[in-house]
Write a protein that binds this ligand. Structure first.
Ligand code: GLP
Length: 259
């Protein structure tokens, strides 16, 4: 795991945007896995700026989102499809036909989930997967005790996730308690993973992901087993790390010796 600790949330987000830009610019027909939520908003803003400055084009890029609420129409303001259009896709030159979100509009969940996996495979697999992390250690909507082998499927959301995400919904709006999410096994097949964690409220989850035991109770801890995982965090999100100084030193050595 590469652990990058930067002083502020803005610097961590700029790092993430640069990481994604480099991936897109260095790959033909790049396939990028995307996340939603508060942690990635500044990363998307920075990507939009880079696009406006002519530093990155998304014309050849295909994206696969991690997850989506069940029961929200795509045009519902809180659907992850709407979030992605509003936060990123409407502002860049991506072909909307190349943007995938794991939606299901009937009760045929199994077929929606397996066709999502098939579509990822048809595109040659995910080259870079962007992740946030829930306060309970979830990645995508893979809640604690999700199998490390799991594939795209329907998950029941925990009370803590529902509470955490309630801020996005009006009091009168129905907040779904089910979601369709890429599985942990699906996520782990991505060639590269970039997880971003911002703020003091993520410090415990970040420490569990990086330094905790490998445990289904902290789904993100499986990233310790990924050969190309990078975690970018701001100082506050890093504040519970036992080896904080070591990670800072490692990055210094990396830039000094390019290793
Ligand atoms: C949400 C999403 C995840 C996201 C995570 C963190 O519920 N399903 O994809 O990465 O939880 O959310 P936030 O960045 O808003 O803290």
């Amino acid at each position: 795991m590469r652990i990058v600790i930067l002083p502020t949330e803005v610097e961590a987000s700029n790092f993430a945007a640069e990481f994604i830009t480099e991936f897109i610019n260095n790959n033909k027909n790049p396939v990028v896995g995307l996340a939603t939520g508060g942690s990635v908003v500044m990363t998307y803003e920075a990507l939009i700026s880079k696009h406006q400055l002519g530093q990155v084009s998304f014309q050849e890029t295909t994206t696969f989102n991690l997850d989506e609420y069940l029961g929200l129409a795509p045009n519902h303001a809180q659907s992850y499809r709407s979030y992605m259009n509003r936060t990123l896709f409407d502002h860049i030159d991506i072909d909307p036909c190349n943007t995938y979100v794991p939606e299901c509009f009937d009760d045929n969940f199994d077929s929606a989930c397996s066709s999502y996996e098939n579509e990822i495979n048809k595109r040659g697999g995910i080259g870079l997967q962007l992740l946030g992390v829930g306060s309970n250690g979830h990645i995508g909507f893979n809640e604690p005790t999700s199998s490390f082998q799991s594939r795209t499927r329907v998950k029941t959301l925990t009370k803590s996730t529902l509470t955490q995400n309630a801020r996005f919904f009006e009091a009168s709006e129905n907040q779904p308690s089910l979601a369709i999410t890429m599985g942990i096994g699906t996520i782990m097949e991505a060639e590269n993973i970039l997880l971003i964690g911002l703020g003091k409220h993520k410090s415990k989850a970040v420490a569990d992901v990086i330094e905790g035991p490998l445990s289904a109770f902290c789904p993100g801890s499986i990233l310790q087993n990924h050969p190309n995982a990078t975690i970018v965090i701001d100082k506050l999100a890093a504040s519970d790390l036992e080896l904080y100084d070591y990670y800072i030193q490692t990055e210094k050595m990396k830039s000094k010796y390019n290793c």
